[in-house]
Design a protein around this ligand. Structure first.
Ligand code: ZN
Length: 310
C-alpha cells in the first residue's frame, strides 16, 4: 500500500515500511469529531495529521507497541482503549507480566526494561522496539475506556467496537456499518501468520469478523485494503499457519525436551531469539500457547518434567 486512501470521512494513512511491524496502518476519521485509530503509521505522518486536524479522540484497538507508539504525539486528544486493557496504562508491570516477560526473561530484565524505556536515547535491541522511549511516552496517559459493543458517533460516521479476543485480552475490530468498512488491525493476513495469545479464540474471532456486512477490510499491517471476497479467501491460508506451527513444534519435541530446551529450538523465530530478548520472549509465549493446546488435544504430553509427542 503506497498512497493515502480515502473513503470519504474515513481515510487510511499507510504505515511506514509497507506497514510492517513496528509500524501499522492508521485510520483517520475526518468528521465533526476528528479521530485517529491506532497511531502507528510513523512519526512524520502523524505529526502532520496532528498539525492539520484538531484530533479529538485517539482510539487504540489494543495495547501493543506498534498500535500505541505515537499516542504521545496527540497531546491534546482524548486517548481511549478497551476497558479490558486499561490496566496496562496504569501498571506497566502488569503489562509485561501478561506479555510473559517475567516468566521468560526474569525480574532483573523486567526492571531493566522499566528503567530503559524512560531514557530518550538509551541503548536499543537489534530487531524489536523493546527499549524504545515511546513505550514510556505513550503509556503515560489514558483518558477514557470503551467496551465491546459500544458505538462511537463521530458526527456522520458511526463506529461499532467488535469484540475479537485471541490476539490480546481486549483486542477490538472497528466496524463502520454505514460505510461498509472494517478496520481489522492485527487480523492482518500477513505471511508470518497470526500472533495468538489464544489460538482457538483468535480463529473464532477472525471468522466472525469475516462475516461482518462490509465491502472493505483494512488490515493493520502490510496488505492494507482488501475486498470482502479477498479477505475471506486469504483468511483460511492465514489461519492455517497456526496448524503448520503446531506441526513444526511437534517435530521439535523429538525425544523428550524441557520447556526451555524447546523454546531454544526457535521453532517460530529461529536464531533471532538469541539476539534480542523481546524475540526470545515472543518465542516463549508462542511455544507455551501452542504446547498447552497440543497437550489438551492429546498430541503432546509431559513426563518427568519433559515434553514428548503422544
Ligand atoms: Zn498486536
Amino acid at each position: 500500500m503506497d498512497r493515502h486512501i480515502d473513503f470519504g470521512n474515513i481515510k487510511v494513512i499507510p504505515g511506514q515500511n509497507g506497514g510492517r511491524f513496528p509500524f501499522c496502518n492508521t485510520i483517520l476519521i475526518d468528521d465533526s469529531i476528528p479521530a485517529v485509530i491506532d497511531p502507528g503509521a510513523g512519526l512524520q505522518q502523524l505529526q502532520a495529521v496532528n498539525q492539520q486536524k484538531d484530533i479529538e479522540i485517539v482510539i487504540n484497538s489494543h495495547v501493543h507497541f506498534d498500535h500505541i507508539c505515537y499516542n504521545y504525539v496527540f497531546d491534546h486528544s482524548k486517548i481511549m482503549v478497551n476497558e479490558r486493557e486499561a490496566i496496562y496504562f496504569q501498571d506497566r508491570r502488569k503489562f509485561i507480566a501478561d506479555s510473559g516477560v517475567y516468566e521468560a526473561l526474569g525480574e532483573e530484565w523486567a526492571n531493566l526494561w522499566l528503567q530503559r524505556i524512560q531514557e530518550p536515547d538509551g541503548p536499543q535491541t537489534s530487531y524489536t522496539p523493546a527499549y524504545r522511549h515511546e513505550w514510556h511516552l505513550s503509556l503515560a496517559r489514558l483518558d477514557e475506556t470503551y467496551c465491546w459493543g459500544d458505538v462511537i458517533d463521530f458526527g456522520h460516521s458511526k463506529m461499532e467496537i467488535i469484540p475479537a479476543p485471541g490476539h490480546s485480552p481486549g483486542f477490538s475490530v472497528m466496524y463502520f456499518p454505514q460505510e461498509g468498512i472494517v478496520y481489522c488491525s492485527d487480523i492482518d493476513l500477513t505471511k508470518f501468520g497470526p500472533w495468538c495469545q489464544n489460538s482457538a479464540q483468535y480463529i473464532e474471532s477472525a471468522r466472525r469478523v469475516a462475516r461482518l456486512d462490509a465491502d472493505t477490510f483494512i488490515t493493520g499491517h502490510e496488505s492494507g485494503i482488501v475486498s470482502k471476497d479477498e479477505f475471506i479467501s486469504r483468511l483460511d491460508q492465514y489461519l492455517d499457519v497456526i496448524f503448520i506451527r503446531d506441526k513444526m513444534l511437534l517435530a521439535n519435541l523429538g525425544s523428550a525436551v524441557t520447556f526451555e530446551e524447546l523454546v531454544r529450538k526457535g521453532t517460530f523465530y529461529g536464531p533471532k531469539i538469541f539476539k534480542d530478548e523481546f524475540v526470545y520472549c515472543w518465542e516463549w509465549s508462542m511455544t507455551k500457547e501452542h504446547l498447552q493446546r497440543l497437550i489438551s488435544q492429546g498430541l503432546a504430553a509431559v513426563e518427568n518434567g519433559k515434553y514428548i509427542c503422544s
